[in-house]
Design a protein around this ligand. Structure first.
Ligand SMILES: [Zn+2]
Ligand SMILES: [Zn+2]
Length: 281
């Protein structure tokens, strides 16, 4: 199983050259299975490139898109997903409801006039919507060679963390963006630690670590963790590796490289996610 990062930037995309090494696209991630399966997580601006990669990989193209929540940095790339315009493609979209609205309703609103010229009815791909409950999954959802689990995490308006296991190889990923660890309730923490450790400690944890503890106070309640929190979670759960994501849009490559050095001194199996990075699990 391979994990490919299409976007790692939080809040808004950035395009200046001093951000290009870590990348300026917002959150989107692709999981490629050994049997050719594709799972996308979030539809930030990074999804366009990932969609092209799926389209090049095979015909017909089929993908499951897991949406963590609908804050704009996580869905603004959806209308640019190339698969939506291909008659041979099928895209399943899954998410718990937000603000009382199911995934189909929100996506139809995103693609409606006056926000985008092409409407849902005019898309060529076969689209299916999966309504999931906003509670920790009891049983995994099977998609090809993958098992998908999830749980709600602490974030304004709600957000979901996902776990993807590949049944054949035992490879596993937990993806948790937009999670505020410091304000999480014991139940929220318990559900998330379980997601990271069951059925076995995840091979890779990708977690929001936009802030640091020294500078966290003014941003308390904004819905993000500190990198120190992510290291604590990685240690407690015994995951194989940690990649920190949702980088602040004002943090340049130089600042992120410096931060990565500091993080690695604390936890050797950690790093900062970069656009284009591919991890084989
Ligand atoms: Zn975000
Ligand atoms: Zn958010």
């Amino acid at each position: 199983m391979k994990v490919v990062f299409g976007g790692v930037r939080g809040t808004s995309c950035v395009a200046q050259p001093e951000f290009s090494r870590f990348g300026g696209d917002t959150t989107s991630l692709l999981v490629e299975g050994s049997a050719g399966g594709h799972i996308l997580i979030d539809a930030g601006t990074g999804i366009r490139q990932l969609g092209e990669r799926i389209a090049e990989a095979g015909d017909p193209s089929r993908a499951l898109l897991l949406i963590t929540h609908y804050h704009l940095d996580h869905v603004m790339g959806l209308p640019s997903l190339p698969l939506l315009y291909r008659p041979d493609a099928s895209v399943w979209m899954a998410s718990p409801p937000r603000a009382g609205r199911a995934v189909e309703k929100v996506v139809r609103q995103l693609m409606a006039q006056p926000y985008w010229p092409v409407q849902m009815e005019d898309l060529h791909a076969t689209i299916r919507f999966l309504k999931w409950k906003d509670v920790a999954s009891k049983k995994p959802f099977r998609f090809g060679e993958f098992d998908v689990r999830w749980c709600p995490v602490h974030h304004p308006g709600g957000c979901t963390a996902y776990r993807v296991d590949e049944r054949g190889s035992g490879a596993s990923l937990v993806f948790a963006t937009d999670i505020e660890w410091a304000l999480s309730s014991p139940k929220e923490k318990g559900d998330f630690l379980k997601l990271c450790t069951e059925p076995a400690p995840a091979g890779l944890l990708v977690m929001d670590g936009q802030f640091n503890r020294r500078g966290y106070a003014p941003f308390k309640g904004w819905g993000h963790s500190t990198w120190e929190d992510t290291v604590d979670v990685a240690r407690e759960t015994g995951v194989g590796a940690l990649l920190i994501t949702h980088h602040a849009p004002e943090n340049s490559d130089q600042q992120l490289r410096n931060l990565e050095g500091i993080v690695r001194k604390t936890f050797a199996r950690a790093g900062l996610a970069r656009v284009g990075q591919e991890i084989v699990l």
